[in-house]
Write a protein that binds this ligand. Structure first.
Ligand code: XBP
Ligand code: MG
Length: 253
């Protein structure tokens, strides 16, 4: 019998494919609005995604791509203002329903709740972005489905540090061995496994070639009965999509 008590979900790349056509576009709109001629291409953003956190990503871009650029005033305050504008653009895109959930996410969350499993979020993005995604892409009021929404600056060190998962586990009063984590990236699996959690990976275009050797399973997505997942690593038996019995087996084995 599995003692699986809770599912902890990453957000960006896991609940929804948010980076290429969401966050990246919002960054570029904020740069343009600020009168900056910066534009993060799909390829440049692939490199910048190695840095988690939007403010940290802007700082990395300045240090590595524009070392001669002098932010007006205090650099951290200016970056924070630029990032707040980006968040406004991003939440605006979400409020228009422009970023759908990935396959299987809505179904698995419903099945988990029906099975009495506890739910939490552990993400690097800002709380406002999480709430906007859940409210507009999942269901109005669905933020309440998650006991803990551990997001952004609530911890001193972002992924790949394990802090955000430690924070969520502490708030839930759970041990890592009672849970499963869902992630999409190398930074994410390092964070989750660093906190002792068995981790299910669903890849996306940016992370398909990342190293996920720590994962219990690596999938193309969570799947639907009529949209089977592709198994990139691990043993899913004869399952065609992720459901509670499969998670309990993966957690137990
Ligand atoms: C992904 C991140 C975030 C987003 C941008 O978070 O690293 O920084 O790219 O969002 P996760 P912000 O995969 O942990 O959900 O600009 O709000 O940071
Ligand atoms: Mg992610």
């Amino acid at each position: 019998m599995s003692n699986l008590q809770a599912l902890l979900f990453d957000v960006d790349g896991t609940l929804a494919d948010t980076e290429k056509d969401g966050h990246r576009v919002a960054f570029n709109r904020a740069f343009s609005e600020a009168g900056l001629d910066w534009r993060w291409s799909v390829d440049t953003y692939a490199e910048l995604l190695s840095v988690t956190g939007g403010k940290e990503r802007i700082r990395y871009y300045l240090d590595h791509y524009l070392p001669a650029f002098e932010p007006p005033g205090k650099a951290d305050e200016w970056i924070a203002g630029l990032h707040a504008a980006k968040t406004r653009h991003y939440t605006g895109m979400l409020s228009q329903g422009l970023i759908p959930l990935r396959p299987g996410v809505r179904r698995l969350l419903r099945e988990a709740r029906e099975a009495g499993l506890r739910l939490a979020i552990a993400t690097t993005t800002t709380p406002a972005n999480v709430t906007a995604l859940l409210e507009h892409s999942l269901a109005p009021g669905s933020s309440d489905w998650f006991e803990v929404i551990a997001a952004g600056d609530v911890v001193p060190a972002k992924k790949p540090a394990p802090d955000i998962y430690h924070y969520a586990l502490a708030r839930m009063g759970l041990k890592p061995e009672q849970c499963l984590a869902f992630e999409d990236s190398r930074n994410g699996i390092l964070s989750a496994t660093g906190a002792g959690l068995k981790t299910v990976i669903t890849v996306n275009d940016y992370t398909r070639n990342d190293d996920f050797h720590e994962a219990v399973v690596v999938l193309s997505h969570l799947g639907e009965p009529d949209q089977p997942f592709e198994v990139l690593a691990g043993d899913t038996g004869d399952a065609s999509h992720v459901d509670i019995p499969l998670l309990e087996r993966l957690h137990r084995d």
